[in-house]
Design a protein around this ligand. Structure first.
Ligand SMILES: [Ca+2]
Length: 194
């Protein structure tokens, strides 16, 4: 390169992120279910569709996309035995003292504030839904990074809903008054989703 700034278009990164999750067998709905289970008791009228919109909004954030692309790539390379030693053994066996997987997940929640951080801690400990499935090892699959990344997405999507709840309360409303599309107005307006 000649020093000119090289930029990857946001659409390319967004597409790659969705494809990576799909390849690893994780759907927006899987993550939305975790969000719904955590938030339904605090939110009258909340639906799985609201939660799916919130997940999609989080998946549009560059910070989260980059974390997902790095983590999933490392999981896949470990699964193929392509990392160098001793990282191959450490990632491949999800070594207890490794911790970089948790740190990437934690780093990606920081933009969503303290509720997202505490929710991430809760999910990291309790591993509900698809996080539990990813954490349970089958055959040669490696999900060392993915379980933390899914917890991270769910924590962010959950924090968004918690903040939205307060806004609705102040307007005398609940999620019953909100269409799923209005959960995330920013993802329906070009250029406002980063
Ligand atoms: Ca992990």
């Amino acid at each position: 390169m000649d020093g000119a700034k090289f930029q990857v278009h946001s659409d390319v990164v967004t597409k790659a992120t969705h494809e990576a999750l799909k390849r690893r067998g994780v759907t927006n709905e899987d993550i939305a279910k975790i969000v719904f289970d955590m938030q339904i008791s605090f939110n009258k009228g909340l639906t799985i569709e609201h939660c799916m919109e919130s997940v999609e909004s989080v998946l549009r954030k560059r910070e989260m996309q980059h974390a997902l692309l790095v983590g999933i790539e490392l999981d896949e390379l470990a699964e193929q035995g392509k990392l160098s030693k001793p990282l191959q053994e450490i990632v491949g066996s999800d070594e207890g003292l490794f911790g970089v997987d948790e740190m990437i997940g934690l780093g990606a929640v920081l933009t969503y504030g303290s509720i997202a951080v505490t929710t991430f801690g809760h999910l990291d400990k309790n591993k509900t839904g698809i996080i539990h499935e990813l954490d349970t090892k089958y055959g040669g699959q490696v999900h060392t990074f993915l379980d933390d990344l899914v917890a991270s997405i769910a924590a962010c999507a959950s924090a968004r809903i918690a903040h939205r709840t307060r806004d609705l309360e102040e307007q005398g409303k609940t999620f019953e008054d909100l269409s799923p599309r209005d959960t995330t107005p920013e993802i329906h307006i070009s250029g406002t989703d980063t």
